[in-house]
Design a protein around this ligand. Structure first.
Ligand SMILES: Nc1nc2c(ncn2[C@@H]2O[C@H](COP(=O)(O)OP(=O)(O)OP(=O)(O)O)[C@@H](O)[C@H]2O)c(=O)[nH]1
Ligand SMILES: [Zn+2]
Length: 353
């Protein structure tokens, strides 16, 4: 396996040279768990930790390595490396952190394409597809919609679903597959390119792990299987989140039950292009497109030029985005107030002495 098979490219190499990192090794983070990492190189997989300097200079969670990152490393013990620096990220897929108001969480970095997996049975939900599209568009990652479990419905039902999706979601490639009958799997494999990184997005139970097995089964690169067998007795996170396949690199995301969108103005704009375009014709600049007179969007909805469901989902996503921005602002204020309080506390303690 070469570094290019792992996704390495000229830009990363010129960065490495410009930063004088040539004396370090280069690897990619393939799993992360509570500040313990597994880094993959052309030779092996290593347990990794970050150097103190990196920890002290880190100001927020996103300054720490994430799955998909390229890192400069040095070996300090057998199979153990230190991470000295994180290369600039080409793309970052992130979401609103679950249970943490106003905080973002990185799902994966340096991803080129995302498979938005949805199953055609209970999970099927175009609003959710749009939600994932916002996440991809915010990150500048190219989305590909994968409809799975097509063995559970007949041809006519499938055609209906596909046209429903295409009516609302324009210009995003769509591929229908079944892990059960293997229909569409070969087509999906052919779509994948060597050296490009793909991320699986989708709710729990849609068949991501099964798809990953189907994709990797025959095309997993030999090195992956070899390192598994040499892993005996070594403590490595059992769940590899990044796999190197013959065609491309695949990142499985850990169960995303809740995908909150973060501050994603551009993502929203790209996802609901036609609605945003129209809003320029609204009478009021701050039109909320709900009750105003001469609202171009309301007019288009009433004429049937904009899908009602799409309009409603747009409003919902916009509200969620605004809510996120508000909580970020509130959090900042709280932190600031807290800082002031500490300062005041120190001051009074000093003057009391
Ligand atoms: N009928 C049918 N069942 C499928 C298909 N693909 C996956 N399944 C089943 O759906 C269930 C969930 O599949 P998983 O691959 O575990 O789903 P997942 O998306 O990885 O779920 P999480 O790991 O919870 O995120 C399993 O019972 C699979 O056997 C398919 O194409 N057709
Ligand atoms: Zn309007």
């Amino acid at each position: 396996m070469t570094l290019e098979d792992l996704g390495y490219n000229k830009d990363l190499e010129s960065y490495r040279r410009s930063q004088n990192l040539e004396s370090f090794g280069v690897g990619r983070v393939i799993s992360e768990h509570k500040e313990r990492y597994v880094v993959k190189t052309t030779e092996d997989e290593y347990d990794a930790e970050i150097i103190g300097n990196l920890r002290f200079s880190a100001q927020k969670r996103s300054d720490f390595p994430a799955v998909g990152d390229w890192v400069a490393i040095s070996e300090y013990d057998e199979e153990k490396v230190l991470i000295h620096s994180v290369f600039p990220r080409k793309t970052i897929i992130e979401r609103h952190a679950v249970g943490k108001q106003g905080e973002k969480q990185i799902i994966a970095t340096n991803v080129d394409f995302a498979f938005i997996v949805q199953s055609v049975d209970r999970d099927f939900n175009i609003n959710r597809i749009e939600r994932y599209l916002i996440i991809c568009n915010t990150a500048n990652v190219k989305p590909i919609i994968v409809l799975n479990k097509i063995d559970l419905i007949n041809e006519i039902e499938l055609k209906k679903l596909i046209s429903k999706v295409q009516d609302r979601v324009k210009q995003v490639p769509l591929i229908e597959i079944s892990n059960e009958t293997k229909k569409g799997i070969e087509k999906l494999k052919k779509l994948m390119q060597k050296g490009k990184t793909y991320c699986l997005l989708g709710s729990s139970g849609v068949g991501k792990s099964t798809l990953l097995n189907n994709l990797s089964g025959s095309q997993l690169m030999k090195t992956n299987t070899i390192s598994t067998s040499t892993n005996k007795g070594r403590h490595v996170t059992s769940h590899r989140e990044l796999l190197v396949l013959q065609n491309g690199i695949l990142i499985d995301n850990p169960g995303m039950r809740e995908v909150g969108i973060a501050d994603s103005t551009s993502g929203l704009e790209k996802t609901f292009k036609s609605i945003i375009e129209l809003s320029k014709n609204c009478k009021f600049k701050d039109c909320t497109h709900t009750t105003e007179i001469d609202c171009a969007i309301l007019e288009a909805v009433s004429k049937g030029e904009i899908d009602m469901d799409s309009y409603e989902n747009y409003l919902k996503m916009k509200k969620e985005k605004e809510h996120f921005e508000l909580t970020v602002a509130e959090k900042r204020k709280k932190d600031k107030d807290f800082g002031k309080m500490i300062k005041h506390f120190k001051k009074t303690r000093k003057s009391n002495k």
